[in-house]
Design a protein around this ligand. Structure first.
Ligand code: ATP
Length: 378
């Protein structure tokens, strides 16, 4: 059956890396049809919204989108971040970023982890009071009255929210995803020793969901670690982690750290899940300095496409792509500029690196082996 997916090319390096991902998908399957819709500044200029109604409707209809990066221009006051605009109408609440070692690159071996973060609460609730405003003063008075805490009257205030409902929804999805994906352990990153109300609740709900899930015999272990200790462990022994689960800010920092350890932003895919919608997008942004120069590494977007295919039940096509990426990263004498420090190579541009991936796929080894295996299994 053919599945339709909404394609959001994004900005900056988005269209260049997306073009490679589309070629790669085309090389492995005929079962995906893309429907392209605009987002970002160009959509804003055309329709007055960076996330036009038609774009949103397409994602809601197809329930799966492959999305390039979008910037939030600081110079435009009325402009709202597309990523924040998307979250609520699409019901996106969990972001997963897989991070792994690639043989052949001089990064630590044996890493195969996922950083999962809740993306509706914590600092992403976006509740802030600028210093010396009447609202900040009112908050200061309230905090003094309710918490008995004497505050500097000129303090700016940012509110961190963690709720039982959002945390439960996040861990329920995560345990289910972990079970389906053959993951064995979820480590909760927190600072519950200090932030007892918020991080304490996050951890308590995680344990509660784990207890419920264990009744239905899923063998996924839950443990936890202080976020600072976890960051140090991640730097020293990244291979010991399987799934790391965190609230929005810790997760953002930990996923960037994990990505940097394994070769940088050019290699990091990701997905945002709601109950009924999945939007696949890289950990990297628009990289404006690389835009239009045919320099960016398309691997992260290609791996997003592989995750998307897996989500759509095209596991054979997904594993062909991953194997081709692995083969090129391990053996090709030509790589994109960001990988030069990880293996001696000649530097090639985005499109030529895409050629290498497609050649590797069409050379047939991956595809033939996977198709044969799929046939054997049936
Ligand atoms: P944004 O504000 O949109 O997030 P940014 O430039 O602040 O953009 P990123 O886009 O994530 O942040 O990029 C940061 C840097 O990482 C880039 O300047 C570039 O050096 C590197 N980088 C990001 N993506 C890639 C990629 N696909 N290939 C190679 N290098 C990349």
């Amino acid at each position: 059956m053919t599945r339709t997916v909404t394609l959001l090319q994004g900005e900056g390096i988005g269209p260049e890396v997306m073009a490679v991902a589309l070629r790669v998908v085309e090389a492995v399957t005929t079962k995906i049809k893309f429907e392209t819709y605009p987002i970002g500044v160009s959509a804003w200029e055309e329709t007055g919204s960076p996330l036009p109604e038609d774009t949103l409707r397409s994602v809601l209809r197809n329930r799966v989108a492959l999305k390039g990066p979008v910037a939030t221009p600081r110079s435009r006051d009325a402009y709202r971040s597309v990523n924040i605009l998307m979250r609520q109408p699409l019901g996106l609440f969990a972001q997963l970023r897989p991070v792994r070692s690639w043989p052949g690159l001089t990064t630590p071996a044996g890493i195969d982890l996922v950083v999962a973060r809740e993306i509706t609460e914590d600092y992403l609730a976006g509740i802030e009071f600028a210093a010396t405003t009447p609202a900040a003063r009112a908050m200061t008075e309230l905090i003094e009255k309710e918490a008995g805490h004497q505050m500097d009257p000129t303090a700016a205030i940012s509110v961190k929210t963690i709720s039982e409902h959002a945390t439960r929804r996040f861990f329920t999805l995560l345990f289910e995803w972990a079970r389906k994906s053959g993951r064995r352990r979820i480590t909760v990153a927190h600072k519950a020793t200090v932030q007892r109300a918020t991080d304490g609740l996050f951890l308590e709900v995680a344990r509660d969901v784990a207890a419920i899930v264990s009744h239905s015999s899923a063998e996924i272990e839950l443990d936890d670690c202080l976020v600072d200790t976890l960051a140090a462990n991640l730097a020293r022994q990244p291979a010991r982690y399987d799934v790391i689960a965190a609230s929005a800010l810790y997760g953002d920092i930990l996923s960037d750290l994990a990505g940097a350890i394994t070769g940088g932003l050019g290699l990091g895919p990701g997905v945002n899940f709601g109950d009924d919608v999945a939007v696949f997008e890289t950990a990297h942004g628009t990289a404006p300095r690389l835009a239009g120069l045919d320099r960016a590494n398309p691997t992260a977007t290609v791996l997003c496409a592989a995750m998307m295919l897996e989500h759509l039940g095209e596991a054979t096509a997904a594993s062909s792509i991953r194997r081709a990426v692995g083969e090129v990263l391990a053996t090709s004498s030509r790589l994109t500029y960001d990988l030069e420090s990880l293996r001696p190579c000649a530097i090639v541009g985005t499109a030529e690196f895409g050629d290498l991936l497609v050649e590797q796929l069409l050379s047939g080894d991956e595809l033939r082996r996977d198709i044969r295996q799929a046939g054997d299994e049936e």
